[in-house]
Design a protein around this ligand. Structure first.
Ligand code: PBG
Length: 328
């Protein structure tokens, strides 16, 4: 009894919060640049560095600009990129996704040539950037045909692997997409976007990648954000189908799913701090309503604390720079 009221022995958290050095000593969660993945948008052209309106500080880069971008990331300690492509032209099937000289295939070749194995190259596998209608698969009438899409994803992933991708990351949310890719690609790592909610927070990305659906939305294939137990089923299905790593997306709005996945599965776990999470912090910071650095680092730390060992984030380069400074 006395122990609970005795000021000398009662829990007093402030004892360990007194100085920056003490706080650093007892910090439970540490971010490291090597856990960050930088998404990159690749577009046609030469010498193009086009800022994305909805994502200040992010650019669409032509292939020849990629080695310099990779160099900046590597200098900061970021060792992994996630590639998205804006093709020269689009069609109903999204054939640009698996073209031998497709935009991301070219990007992978240029990066590999410039930095060899220094960088882990992850290629997103989806059709939405390549289809004229903006959906993540092929249409039958107004609906996305799951199994017809699987065979196209199973062409796209090997083409990206042949170009030199280390990891393919299927994000189309078609049932059986991991199995379809695993069957044709036994030796390439798969990062499955396992639990991907139909989220309002992808808005800025769709401007960046020119991939907004021309009609309807993605709710018949992406998950209902209300469902956590279903997220677990999606994750288990992807692991059974042969995924090596799994991803939860978005990150902050789905932090409970990150924590649940960390507690229940043992493979590497990624969370994607998506475009809207990035844009919201940027916009509030521009207005002086949030401190950009503090808000970004608090969010990234929360994602790591919930259990993500890999964080895909548009802050990757900037955050790595902050991490390389002495933490106050
Ligand atoms: C492709 C894909 C999307 C994102 C990642 N891969 C768009 C979508 O599902 O609509 C979103 C990433 C972001 O918002 O940063 N399907």
């Amino acid at each position: 009894m006395t122990i609970l009221t005795d000021p000398a022995t009662v829990f007093r958290g402030r004892r360990l919060r007194r100085t920056p050095a003490l706080r650093a000593l007892v910090r439970e969660t540490r971010l490291h640049p090597a856990m960050l993945v930088a998404p990159l948008f690749v577009r046609p052209g030469r010498g193009v560095r086009e800022e994305i309106g909805s994502m200040p500080g992010q650019h669409r880069l032509s292939v020849d600009e990629l080695p310099a971008a990779a160099g900046r990331l590597l200098d900061a300690g970021v060792r992994s990129v996630l590639l998205f492509g804006l093709p020269e032209s689009k069609d109903a099937d999204g054939s640009g996704a698996w073209a031998d000289d497709g935009i991301v295939q070219q990007a992978i070749g240029a990066l590999r040539g410039a930095v060899g194995d220094e960088l882990a190259i992850i290629a997103d596998v989806c059709l939405c950037e390549y289809t004229s209608h903006g959906h993540c698969g092929v249409l039958r009438g107004e609906s996305v045909d799951n199994d017809a899409t699987l065979s196209l994803l199973a062409r796209t992933a090997p083409s990206l692997a042949a170009a030199g991708a280390d990891v393919v990351a299927p994000s189309a949310m078609m049932d059986g997409q991991v199995a379809a890719i695993r069957e044709v690609l036994p030796d390439t790592a798969i990062l499955a976007y396992a639990a991907k909610h139909a989220s309002a927070f992808y808005g800025p990305f769709r401007e960046a990648a020119d991939s907004a659906p021309a009609f309807g939305d993605r709710r018949t294939y992406q998950m209902d954000a209300a469902n956590g137990r279903e997220a677990r089923s999606e994750i288990l299905a992807d692991l059974e189908e042969g995924a090596d790593m799994i991803m939860i997306k978005p990150a902050l709005p789905a932090l409970d799913l990150v924590a649940d996945a960390r507690a229940t599965i043992d493979v590497p776990l990624a969370a994607y701090q998506v475009s809207g999470e990035y844009a919201a912090i940027c916009a509030a910071a521009e207005r002086g309503w949030l401190d950009r650095r503090a808000a970004a680092m608090e969010s990234l730390t929360a994602i790591a604390r919930a259990g993500a060992g890999i964080i895909v984030t548009y802050f990757a380069l900037e955050a790595a720079g902050w991490l390389n400074e002495l933490d106050r």
